[in-house]
Design a protein around this ligand. Structure first.
Ligand code: 13P
Ligand code: SF4
Length: 320
């Protein structure tokens, strides 16, 4: 029983009724609580969330995720009402960079290009040339013209990984996600020893990403397909298609719900059970119900910022 508003079944029924009444679309991220994932219309990574938001004709979109995800939906749908059940659901990675930081870099690199990871505020995206997500970052960097200075922001681990994979000289911002940074090379080494038969699904924001790639290459794991550096949605696809029976999953533990539900015959082990994003977990059945009932909390982006941020998002969607 929840402290302020009924059991899971009652709340779920209330939410379904309100959703129908409001003709709302509920988009949830793969890190959301299981009960939120189970009643969402779409459960996805940041890239698919952004795409679904642009395709929707629902008058109300509720984003069960963190604030930048709701902003992206609002930018894509200026005439619709975009809600987030808890406006305090932020992102420690997005908070590591402000629009003024990007403007300073631009002032020193007049011909430079800025690629902003989707985990940024709308104000930062408005200063960028391209947006990208973990699902298409390699394709976006590979599509940039050669011979110009490039700044990738704000994730240091993902940026370093992009440098290695694309061979491009990229300046990388020194931001990190506290959840993924804590997934260190040592943790992966321990899991490799514990589960020598497992396939490793590693999110590119992880502190272990470069070494995972290094060891994996050294042992031939990448060639053999035993280590994949992938977005949360690509983890779903890989788990479905891989012949492996056991997987170690290096990212926020919310992904395990869908992985297990969609692949009941396979085993999924968290790289670390402690890898939990407190911001993602701020969305609950209670505040989702309240959000639909009271049409709160609406997320809006000033039109001038939205227009510039949309340019960077559209460029990303055109690439992949
Ligand atoms: P994905 O785009 O892979 O879902 O990742 C989003 C995120 O916030 C990672 O921490
Ligand atoms: Fe942000 Fe990290 Fe949470 Fe993802 S897991 S939303 S990057 S704080």
């Amino acid at each position: 029983m929840s402290p302020n508003g009924g059991g899971v079944a009652t709340l779920t029924a209330e939410i379904r009724a309100l959703k129908a009444e409001r003709r709302a679309l509920i988009i949830a991220h793969n890190y959301q609580r299981p009960e939120i994932q189970d009643l969402a219309d779409v459960v996805a990574d940041s890239l698919r969330m952004a795409r679904r938001a642009t395709e929707s004709d629902a008058p109300v979109i509720v984003v069960c995720g963190v604030h930048f995800m709701a902003e992206t939906a609002a930018i894509a749908n200026p005439t619709k009402r975009v809600l987030i059940p808890d406006p305090g659901a932020g992102c420690s990675l997005a908070d590591t960079i402000q629009a003024a930081d990007v403007r300073r870099w631009r002032a020193e690199h007049a011909d430079g290009l800025v690629v902003a990871y989707v985990n940024t505020s709308a104000a930062v995206k408005a200063e960028a040339d391209y947006c990208c997500t973990s699902g298409n970052a390699v394709a976006v960097i590979a599509a940039l013209p050669l011979g110009v200075p490039v700044l990738f922001l704000p994730d240091f681990f993902l940026g370093n990984y992009l440098r290695k994979i694309t061979g491009r000289e990229i300046e990388v911002w020194l931001g990190e996600c506290h959840v993924h940074a804590a997934l260190t090379p040592r943790i992966i080494e321990q899991r490799r020893a514990e589960y020598p038969d497992a396939e490793f699904l590693v999110h590119p924001e992880c502190g272990c990403v470069t070494s995972a790639l290094y060891y994996a290459e050294a042992d031939g794991d990448v060639a053999a397909g035993r280590t994949r550096i992938v977005s949360t949605e690509q983890m779903m696809t890989r788990a479905r298609t891989s012949p492996a029976r056991r997987f170690v999953v290096a990212t926020e533990t919310g992904v395990l719900h869908r992985l297990r539900r969609e692949n009941p015959e396979k085993q999924f082990v968290a790289a670390a059970e402690t890898a939990e994003c407190r911001y993602m977990k701020m969305i609950t059945l209670e505040n989702l119900r309240d959000s639909l009932r009271d049409l709160k909390h609406e997320v809006t982006v000033p039109p001038e910022i939205a227009a510039r941020a949309r340019r960077a998002i559209d460029r990303m969607l055109a690439i992949g």
